[in-house]
Design a protein around this ligand. Structure first.
Ligand code: CUA
Length: 435
């Protein structure tokens, strides 16, 4: 239909067409929401737990009551407008005052509807506040500016930003904040809950925390985010739940507890200390400052340098071979090994821990198997070499306000790490190798 035809059809037919388009769009939206894989991964209409489903039921109950009232009001309005419309010689309408039956009806009916909404709502509020059963998996959730810490006290492990959970087992989340108020929200699992700083507990008292108890019904990847404004990078405080079969969860726990087994191995075998700072002679690769490497992996073929604890970072060329006419590129493994030595000998360990190594810092995210995470900086960028290098070099350029120091710039209260370009490249490769 051309514009002229639309104009000729008059406003009513144009309006009908528009209404048709809106209805079609709504139906498409409903069709999408009912699909197996939601097009919107943060939809609340496809809950994967009874916890989320109960909240959805409260919403649906309220929604359909109000839709019914809306329909009734529209029908009565249209009827009255048509039935009592003005005609050429219609008389002055008769003034009436008070109709007992009507007044009782329009007081009672809304009151009954409010009760029908209130009863399931209050029941659900109490259900959702119930304590988890005794056999629930306990996870302590700690909100930080701007990332999430997940502690599994029974399993003795800590991770960040990605919450692994077994399907079918009750979960007992205990939430508190290390700084300001955050809000934990995984839309497909259920509603938000505030993550508050803990008040100082008196002697003999448990420090207070908020809880959520639920059971995830189906395996999947469920993204979520902080839902309470908490400062500069509130919008980059994402997290995700990875719900897996119980056996797979046990495998994950075992892998997390192993951590960087290779990092611990030399020490266990009684070999030389992993890091020998004094022996590190780190060159600044020519050209590195103006041209950070763009390749995801160094070019092959790899020349196997003296691998193992004795590896000297100074012997390594720049990862792409740029600026090194003499030395060809070396393998990722050699770089990762060098990166481990840098990581364990520099200030990285003041804030970060990696299971299986001597790094036990607890201020920043625990980096055990960080290479397996899909993103870095709590959802700031994909977990890829180039991004990781940029992150270590200058975190604030990736995430405004990030409290981690960069190589040259401070972060939060922390001085610059002073890592050279070669050290940054090596550490990034080491972290990516932790899977
Ligand atoms: Cu944490 Cu917003």
């Amino acid at each position: 239909m051309s514009l002229r035809e639309v104009a000729a059809a008059g406003p009513l037919r144009g309006g009908v067409r528009q209404a048709g388009v809106v209805i079609a769009l709504l139906l498409t939206g409903i069709g999408v929401a009912r699909g197996q894989e939601p097009r919107y991964p943060q939809t609340t209409f496809e809950p994967v737990s009874a916890y989320g489903a109960s909240q959805n039921a409260v919403f649906a109950n309220t929604f359909w009551w109000t839709m019914g009232i809306l329909a009734l009001v529209i029908v009565l309005t249209l009827y009255a407008a048509w039935r009592f419309r003005e005609r050429p010689d219609s008389p002055e309408p008769e003034h009436i005052h008070g109709n007992t039956v009507l007044e009782i009806a329009w007081t009672l009916i809304p009151a009954v509807i409010v009760v029908l909404i209130a009863i399931p709502t209050i029941r659900t509020i109490f259900e959702n506040q119930r304590d988890a059963p005794a056999d629930a998996l306990r996870v302590e959730v700690v909100g930080h500016q701007w990332w999430w810490e997940f502690r599994y006290p029974e399993q003795g492990l800590v991770t960040a930003n990605q919450l692994y959970l077994p399907v079918g087992r009750p979960i007992d989340l205990r939430l508190h904040s290390a700084d300001v108020i955050h809000s934990f929200w995984i839309p497909r699992i259920g509603g938000k809950r505030d993550v508050n700083p803990q008040a100082k507990a008196h002697e003999g008292e448990q420090p207070s925390f908020n809880r959520i108890s639920f059971t995830v019904d189906s395996a999947g990847f469920y993204p979520g985010q902080c839902a309470e404004y908490c400062g500069d990078s509130h919008a980059i405080m994402r997290m995700s739940v990875v719900a897996v079969a119980p056996a797979e969860f046990d495998g994950w726990v075992a892998a997390m507890r192993r951590g960087d087994a290779a990092g611990g191995a030399p020490q266990a075998a009684g070999a030389q200390p992993v890091a020998q700072v004094s022996q590190l002679t780190v060159p600044t690769p020519t050209g590195a400052a103006q041209a950070p490497p763009t390749q995801a992996t160094p070019a092959q073929p790899a020349v196997a340098p003296a691998a193992g604890p004795g590896l000297d970072l100074g012997a390594l060329p720049s990862p792409t071979g740029i600026g090194s006419a003499v030395r060809p590129p070396v393998s990722d493994a050699a770089w990762a090994e060098a990166g481990r030595r840098v990581f364990l000998s520099k200030t990285c360990t003041a804030c970060h821990a990696i299971q299986g190594t001597t790094a036990v810092g607890a201020i920043g995210p625990n980096l055990t198997r960080v290479g397996a995470r899909p993103d870095i900086g709590a959802g700031a960028v994909d977990n890829e070499l180039e991004n990781l290098v940029r992150w270590i070099r200058d975190p604030q350029s990736v995430k405004p306000g990030a409290l981690m120091p960069g190589a040259q710039k401070p972060g939060g209260n922390f001085p610059p790490t002073g890592l050279s370009e070669a050290e940054i490249q090596a550490v990034a490769r080491y972290l990516l190798s932790l899977r």
